[in-house]
Design a binder for this molecule. Structure first.
Ligand code: GLA
Length: 390
């Protein structure tokens, strides 16, 4: 791959100046986009993500003993922890690393210490899964360095468990799966219940994927995320009384939810309605994409946004504003909020020859409305977590 624009050189040079040595291994861990299927992962539904050319680079070497020394290039900060005494750090960022070490040790993997420098260009809090990139990247590094013999799927699962247990966000499996398993120019159609997946090439022809970054992250994000999970579980409990076969919302349909409406608190009904509709929508959207019906696919993206805004209630005024700006623009096929919500990016499918004008128009409108500079990222789909050499 072309390393010109990556943090490869910056991170490997930092390793040399910081530790006075050459790294044994360099790994790249990408961020992800998701075309459609939002909040469906923890309900056993389908998602359609891909790993992208925004990434974190890891330069790492083994170290005698049990001490791990880490330098985080983006924050210009360092930390040291011991393999046999992992305690949650108030700084935040070390927890993604310690969580992975913790999970590896819980699985009986024999680790030694390490020296690590990591950094990259995935904006944090933008919904592009910088945390999954860190977790999967470190798992990959340690698997190589200490010849642990883990499969990629095992590393995906333990990275998710690190986030659930050590960081304390009850995320589903999509982000880690996409970061680790991505494939250049392809999207992954993943069944989050069985973990069966298939790649298919994303052929957008005259169109591009453009992300628009609100640059906001409303603080209720993580707690509301966990609340949505609980609301979905409450919905399953109610549905089960009538339909014992329902183990996850994946097993229910919008029609089944309707028949239980009177038994459900209003919010639980809204969440279940969005979720069962979205799970069906992803299937339809995949068929449209395979049939090269990009316009039809774009419509589904708008439907997803509307559901996330009004029924699932994980959007925010900044995201809604950016999506609304595109609704009457013939050069945009689809637009919606992406990821967990409460800030972060919208994902847009925009005509190539209109991208400059699109970005300018949105940046101006966004600045007038919120006084914030809009950042836009034109996305290329790359391979997932991998070792790289100069
Ligand atoms: C976050 C979580 C994922 C997924 C998305 C919403 O990115 O980490 O597991 O639930 O939100 O689709």
């Amino acid at each position: 791959m072309d390393l010109k624009n990556t943090f490869f050189h910056q991170v490997s040079q930092r390793f040399q100046t910081h530790f006075q040595a050459q790294p044994e291994l360099i790994v790249r861990g990408p961020g992800r986009i998701n075309l459609i299927g939002e909040h469906t992962d923890y309900n056993g539904g389908f998602v359609l993500p891909a790993s992208i050319d925004k990434e974190i680079i890891f330069a790492i070497s083994k170290k005698e003993g049990t001490t791990c020394e880490v330098y985080a290039e983006n924050v210009g900060d360092s930390t040291t922890f011991s393999l046999d005494q992992l305690e949650k750090s108030r700084k935040g960022w070390p927890n993604y690393l310690m969580g992975v070490v913790d999970q590896l040790q819980k699985r009986g993997c024999k680790l030694g210490g390490f020296r690590l420098v990591f950094g990259g260009d995935i904006p944090t809090g933008a919904g592009l899964s910088s945390s999954a990139a860190i977790e999967c990247g470190l798992a990959f590094c340690l698997n190589e360095l200490y010849a642990l013999g883990l499969s990629k799927i095992e590393m995906v699962k333990l990275s998710q468990a690190a986030e659930n247990q050590f960081v304390g966000v009850q995320c589903g499996i999509m982000d880690q799966f996409a970061s680790m398993m991505g494939k250049a120019n392809s999207v992954i159609q993943l069944d989050c219940r069985s973990l069966e997946y298939q790649y298919f090439p994303l052929e957008l022809n005259d169109y591009l994927v453009v992300l628009c970054d609100t640059a906001v992250k409303h603080s209720l994000g993580n707690s509301e995320y966990n609340t949505r999970r609980q609301e979905c579980e409450a919905g399953v409990d109610i549905l089960q009384r009538k339909y014992p076969e329902v183990q996850l919302l994946r097993d229910a349909t919008p029609a089944m939810v309707e028949t239980c409406r009177d038994e459900m608190p209003a919010k639980v009904y809204d969440r279940c309605r969005y979720m069962t509709e979205e799970i069906e929508r992803v299937q339809l959207a995949c068929q449209l994409l395979l049939a090269n019906d990009l316009e039809g696919f774009g419509q589904k993206m708008y439907e997803t946004h509307d559901g996330l805004q009004h029924l699932y209630e994980v959007s925010c005024p900044e995201l809604d504003f950016l999506v609304d700006q595109t609704r009457s623009d013939d050069n945009v096929l689809g637009s919606r909020m992406m990821g967990g919500g409460f800030g972060g990016c919208t994902i847009n499918i925009v005509r190539k020859d209109a991208v400059d004008a699109f970005e300018q128009k949105l940046a101006q409108a966004y600045h007038e409305a919120f006084g914030i500079d809009l950042k836009c990222y034109r996305v290329t789909i790359t391979d997932g977590t991998e070792a790289i050499t100069a």
